[in-house]
Design a binder for this molecule. Structure first.
Ligand code: NDP
Length: 330
């Protein structure tokens, strides 16, 4: 039988305007960086996407290189789109990116027009889509004129392969430059995707949050749970199957005694607030309304269910914020 999404899927999620645009994004979005490669059963990926959509998560974030192997997350997602979301494309915001290493030779990474456009075409093919909603330059390329990278993004929109464009991990200075170029081209930069969490505050120090607000650009922050560190999962050691156990991107060395003690203290604050640490970590990045969306990852359906409940208690007192600062430092 064909899967049908929940009828009440829009009753509890909050949707925020992405900067000064008409596009709204869910306060919590789902990223497919990990757990969507060939090392994860298809049923798990399908169940996570279905549950996320049922809970009002309309935005799914991908990139050319998500896997393993690179490209396989887009292929798996394309399959799920075909079997489950066929009639729901207009209710979904799907993004992809180009910037990191994708194929051998001099044209397989960074920010040249050659690479960015070829990569976008490949992503569309893997997902079986005519267009993505947002296409990103995944990282600033110091060896390609920014005009060329931005020109490629503009061309992608003009050729109907994306509706909007964004940049990821560009610092404040480069963001201003890219936004100015894209504005002249007539394809505004509508979104920035940086990392941000209680223990990773570079966007505050760099002035990026202020820059984005000033320029009317939305922000979707990745790894708000610090890849799982800002949850209770590592309080009793490194569990089998967790990201830190798989020599993936989360270095188990971060889970030293001092950091785990700090996470334990943060968990006590979350308990007092009547929420899980994951929920508090998500609420924290969204506090004050300056961030458009918290971009989470999940290896299980239950994690998505836990995370969306962050919105049930999203306000912090000044005392709570000060106490969090005592234990959560960059
Ligand atoms: P998170 O910080 O949300 O970490 C996700 C991991 O945390 C999960 O895989 C899971 O770990 C654990 N987790 C999630 N929810 C819970 C919960 N409720 N309780 C306990 N553990 C939980 O984000 P990611 O690092 O996965 O990044 C999210 C997305 O951001 C990516 O998928 C991608 O779309 C984007 N991203 C973009 C980058 C860029 O350069 N633009 C770089 C990195 C990410 P486990 O798997 O161990 O169960």
């Amino acid at each position: 039988m064909v899967w049908q999404p929940a009828e009440n899927r829009y009753t509890s999620m909050k949707y925020n305007h992405c900067g000064k645009t008409g596009l709204k994004l869910p306060a919590i979005s789902l990223g497919l960086w990990h757990n969507f490669g060939n090392d994860t059963p298809h049923q798990t990926k399908q169940a996570i996407c279905r549950r996320a959509f049922d809970l009002g998560i309309t935005h799914f974030d991908l990139a050319n290189n998500y896997g393993p192997p690179p490209g396989s997350a887009e292929t798996a997602f394309g399959e799920i789109l075909k079997t489950d979301f066929r009639g729901y494309r207009d209710e979904m915001i799907i993004s992809s990116k180009a910037g990191y290493n994708m194929w051998p030779g001099p044209y397989g990474e960074w920010g040249s027009r050659k690479y960015v456009i070829a990569s976008c075409d490949q992503s569309l093919k893997r997902m079986g889509l005519d267009y993505v909603d947002i296409f990103y330059s995944h990282r600033f390329d110091p060896n390609t004129p920014l005009e060329e990278t931005c020109g490629a993004l503009d061309q992608i929109v003009r050729s109907g392969k994306a509706l909007y464009v964004g940049i990821s991990s560009y610092n404040s200075k480069r963001t201003r430059e890219a936004a100015a170029i894209l504005k002249v081209l007539g394809t505004p930069c509508i979104i920035h995707q940086p990392s941000y969490s209680m223990i990773n505050r570079w966007i505050e120090e760099d002035g990026l949050v202020d820059t984005l607000e000033e320029l009317g650009i939305g922000s979707i922050v990745f790894s708000p749970l610090a890849q799982g560190m800002l949850t209770t999962k590592y309080l009793g050691g490194v569990p089998d199957g967790s990201r830190a156990s798989q020599s993936k991107s989360l270095n188990p060395a971060f889970l030293n005694e001092r950091n785990v003690e700090n996470i334990r203290a943060l968990n006590s604050i979350a308990e007092r607030r009547g929420q899980t640490l994951a929920q508090m970590a998500i609420a924290w990045v969204l506090r004050g309304g300056r961030i458009t969306s918290a971009l989470i990852g999940a290896s299980r359906v239950e994690q998505v269910e836990d995370c969306v409940k962050a919105l049930d208690n999203a306000d912090f007192s000044a005392d709570e914020l000060a106490e969090i600062d005592r234990y959560a430092k960059d």
